[in-house]
Write a protein of this length. Sequence first.
Length: 354
Amino acid sequence: MTEKTNRLHIEIAGDTARELGLARGAALRETLPDAAANYEGLFRALEVSAERQQAGVEAVLATLASWRPAVVEELAGIAEGAGISVAQVVALNARTEIIALGNKASHECSTVTAVIDGARFGVQTWDWHIEFDSFWHTHEVTGPGYRFVGLTEQGIVSKIGMNEAGLGLHFNILGHAHDRPEGVPMHVLSRVVLAECATIAEALELIRSAPITSSSAFTMVDATGAVSVEMSPDGIFPIPEVDGSVQRTNHFQHATPLASQKTEIYEPDSSARLALVRERLAAGLPSATDELVKLLLSTPEQPPLTCVADMSKEFGERWATLATIITDPAAHTIRILDGMPPEAETGTWRTLTA
C-alpha cells in the first residue's frame, strides 16, 4: 500500500479552544465558504427549510453554551478565521442533526472491528454525497486535552479519529423518529470524546452525560476492547464485542431505539450490508488488516458495502465511498485511504500517529 496522497492535510494547534478554531478557520479559508454553501444547497435539496435550519442552529448553540462553552469559542474562532458566520459553522457541525429533519433515503457507512494477532483494529468506509468529495481532509489537532488525528470535513471539528491515549472512534449515522437539532451535535461529541477520554469506559461515561437529541453510533476501539454505542433520543445503548468483533451499519441493533427507527431512511440497505459482513465473518476473523478491509468489498449485485455514485440521480442522491479508514489503537495510528476498499492495494493512503 502506498503512503502518498494529495488530499488536503492540516495541522492545528492552540492553547485554548478559540485558538484552535482560529487556526482551523485560517487553514481552510479558501475552501470553507464553498463547503458551507454546498451544505446550504444540500439542506434545501433534502427539503429542510432555511427557517428550520436556523432554529436548529440557535438551539444547538444554546445547548453547547451550557454543556461545553469552550466548544462555542472554538466554533466562533473557525468562523472568524475563515471569514464566514458563526451560524454557518454551527450548521456544518450540526449537519447530521439538520439533515435528520429531511426524509430522503440514505446509503451510508459500514464499520467492523476485529482482533488480529491479539490486537484490536477497526475498519470503516465513509460514504457520503459525491459532491462533497473535495470538502474533506485529514487533520492533526493539538490543544487542550488529548492530541487527536483523523478525517473530517471542512469546518467540522471531528469525525473519525484516534487520540494519543489509543482510543479510536468510528462514526455511523442512525435515524430515529424523534431526532431533532437541539442537543450536542454528533460531530462535536466526537471531538469532545477524542479530546477528553482515554478509554472506552471514560467515553461511555462522557456520552451518557451529554444532552443528546439525535442519533448515531460511535464504534470505539482501545487496547482492551471494542463497542458500538448507539445514541438516540431514547438513550444510550452499547452493543458489545462478540467473538472478537463488532459490526455496524446504519440501523439500530438494540430493541428500544429500533422501535422508533426511521426505517424508511436506511432500510433494507443497512440490514443487508450487515448480513453480508456477518456471513463473511462466519468463516473466521481476518488474519491481517488487508483482509479486514476486504470484508467491506462488494460487487454491483451485492449490498453496497462499497458505494459507487449513480450520476444519473439528482443532487442529494449520489452516494459514494469517499474514504476507507483503519484504526490501530495499540500503535495509536489511523490509516486513511483516499478512495474505496477495491483501491486498497493500489490507492493512496495516509498514516497519522496521535
